[in-house]
Design a protein around this ligand. Structure first.
Ligand code: WT7
Length: 566
């Protein structure tokens, strides 16, 4: 590739202040992601450039210039202000991938409020625990999801405002307000709230092994990491048309599905539709997508459908491909080289890291199956699980550890400093993943270091599933574990002990599956339920998911000395 600065050159004399300089910000001055993603781009003379091309599920296309994005996000910020949303209030975005979701995030940030994006497929329980935890003041949603919001309103006293982006005022109840951005008086100039580096920006909920989901709290200064990684890893350039598959309910969909492309003044396309190889290739061809950020599950689905749908299209527009969320199999990289003439570049990061921390860079030699090397400015290693000292032997597996202090690192878990502190050992932030580093400094992912289930790049906490399972009338006890899956890498499997009087059977299995799908989400729904007489437990009564999981994966069960005997 020509014109690519090598990874080694990027490392030399690297300092995060490079990002500050390019963005024209200082640590002590005002920094507002909403302003940087729209107003600054317009001031650079790019107001008439297309910033956003949106395609709905039925094929409708809407196009927005950066100036239009600027005015609409101003309008939204003013609307929130008029309704009493103050700086620091949490405003939840609970929508499919409609334009209001993208413009909404920018508008909330301009208001100085904290955006709390939640995946629209969440059911009422998943929604409720996150709204209760964040003490969210307002939620922006669509008609199709309002029934879930209504069901929890009596028990979420902080939630005083529900804004509905479609269908006008008809049928709305007290406390629900129509938000029609196109009908509101356009706000040409808006006094963006003077947020600074450490002002909270986005609260992204993520699941762990124990306890409720935790809100990773990010700040406006994160933009420095998001900006540089977008430029250097995703390689976005002025003429690119960029497509990120991720939903803004998850961190990839905000860091690189809103902030990254817009803060670099890049045109991005969004499709409000699910997976279909035909539709995806058609979308790339139609919009002339040049840079594509996808995920291993999607890549495996595309591989499954073979080369024929690719050959029907002219995909010569593509020039750079990246992937995130789960381990990218070597076969995926090799396949994409064959069919697109381009390898997928694996990138590793987390909700907590806010931006890519380990990656395969444009122009770097890719070792298929490896996650690549640390981003400049990121000190990454693997540490011994007992001593938390860095492992110096190439190929030896340890815990992925990062030296804290990069711009986009979460600042805490929302009102949960204890859990936040528990992530640090010996001065390292531990990601909760296992990996090894080879003699050339490439990282190789091994697996998670906890019981969290990664299904299609989405983390699901076993505790949340188990808590919902025991609410079903038939369930006495349960354990949710990962089960291997050839497309989604892992899916949820639940082991269930029934209450007396209930008989195991297919009908009950289906009923429980549906119960979880509705309460939590399709992702959290067990793909299989095994009814058992009892669960393996420690002497102190804790369920040992490790044993159940090992059986599913056909792995050795390991040390069971603390597990109760029959
Ligand atoms: C976890 C973070 C920010 C990405 C979206 C998910 C796993 C992420 C990779 C990769 C192997 C990966 C890890 C990580 N993961 N990227 N390239 N190879 N595993 O964000 O929901 O916070 O999940 O996803 O286990 O800790 P998240």
């Amino acid at each position: 590739m020509t014109g690519v600065v090598s990874y080694e050159d990027r490392l030399k004399g690297f300092d995060w202040s490079l990002g500050e300089k390019e963005l024209g910000i200082t640590k002590d001055g005002p920094i507002n992601i909403g302003w940087l993603c729209t107003d600054r781009i317009c001031r650079m003379g790019l107001g008439q450039k297309t910033g956003f091309i949106w395609e709905g599920s039925e094929g409708a296309v809407r196009t927005y210039t950066f100036d239009r994005l600027r005015v609409l996000s101003n309008t939204l910020a003013r609307f929130l202000e008029k309704h009493g949303v103050a700086a620091g209030d949490r405003v939840c975005l609970f929508m499919d991938r409609v334009p209001e979701l993208y413009i909404g995030l920018i508008g909330i940030l301009k208001r100085g409020a904290i955006a709390q994006p939640l995946f629209s497929a969440f059911g009422e329980d998943s929604l409720k625990v996150r709204i209760l935890d964040a003490e969210t003041k307002a939620i922006i949603t669509q008609r199709k999801h309002i029934f879930k919001v209504r069901r929890m309103r009596d028990s979420t006293p902080s939630l005083t405002h529900v804004f509905v982006v479609d269908g006008g005022a008809e049928g709305l109840k007290p406390g629900e307000y129509p938000l029609d951005l196109e009908a509101e008086p356009p706000v040409e100039e808006y006094a963006v709230h003077p947020t600074t580096a450490e002002t909270p920006s986005i609260l992204h909920y993520t699941s762990g092994t124990t306890g409720k989901p935790k809100g990773a709290q990010h700040v406006h200064y994160s933009v420095v990491s998001q900006y540089l990684t977008t430029k250097w890893v995703l390689d976005l350039k002025p003429d690119d048309i960029y497509w990120c598959n991720a939903d803004p309910g998850w961190v990839t969909g905000t860091s690189y599905g809103i902030i990254g492309p817009w803060v670099t003044g890049t045109t991005q396309v969004v499709g409000d539709f699910g997976f279909s190889s035909d539709r995806w290739y058609e979308f790339i061809e139609k919009h002339r997508v040049t840079v594509w950020y996808s995920a291993p599950t999607a890549i495996r689905l595309l591989m499954r459908d073979g080369d024929a749908p690719v050959k029907k299209r002219d995909l010569s527009c593509l020039r750079h491909l990246c992937s995130v969320g789960e381990p990218l199999n070597a076969e995926g990289v090799i396949w994409s080289r064959e069919v697109f003439g381009l390898p997928f570049h694996d990138t590793f990061w987390q909700t907590e890291t806010g931006s890519i921390v380990i990656a395969n860079y444009p122009g770097m030699v890719i070792k298929p199956g490896s996650m690549g090397k640390p981003f400049p400015g990121i000190t990454a290693t693997v540490v011994d699980p007992k001593t938390f000292e860095p492992i110096t032997v190439p190929g030896r597996v340890g815990l992925i550890a990062l030296r804290p202090g990069w711009p986009s690192m979460m600042r805490t878990y929302w009102r949960n400093p204890t859990t936040y502190q528990s992530k640090f050992k010996n001065g390292w932030y531990l990601c909760g993943d296992r990996a090894s580093i080879d003699k050339d400094g490439y990282f190789w992912f091994v697996g998670r270091d906890d019981d969290v289930i990664n299904t299609g790049g989405h983390l699901v906490g076993p505790f949340e599933i188990e808590s919902a399972l025991i609410e079903h009338k038939s369930v006495a006890e349960s354990a949710a574990v990962a089960k291997p899956d050839h497309v989604n890498m892992e899916v949820v499997k639940a082991f269930v002990v029934l209450k007396p009087g209930f008989e195991p059977g297919d009908d009950l299995e289906l009923e429980i599956m549906n119960f979880i799908r509705k309460r939590l989400s399709p992702l959290a729904m067990p793909q299989e339920i095994e009814f058992v007489a009892k669960l393996p437990k420690t002497r102190s009564g804790k369920i040992v998911r490790r044993i159940l999981r090992a059986k599913e994966f056909g792995e050795p069960i390991g040390d069971v000395s603390t597990v109760m005997e029959d």
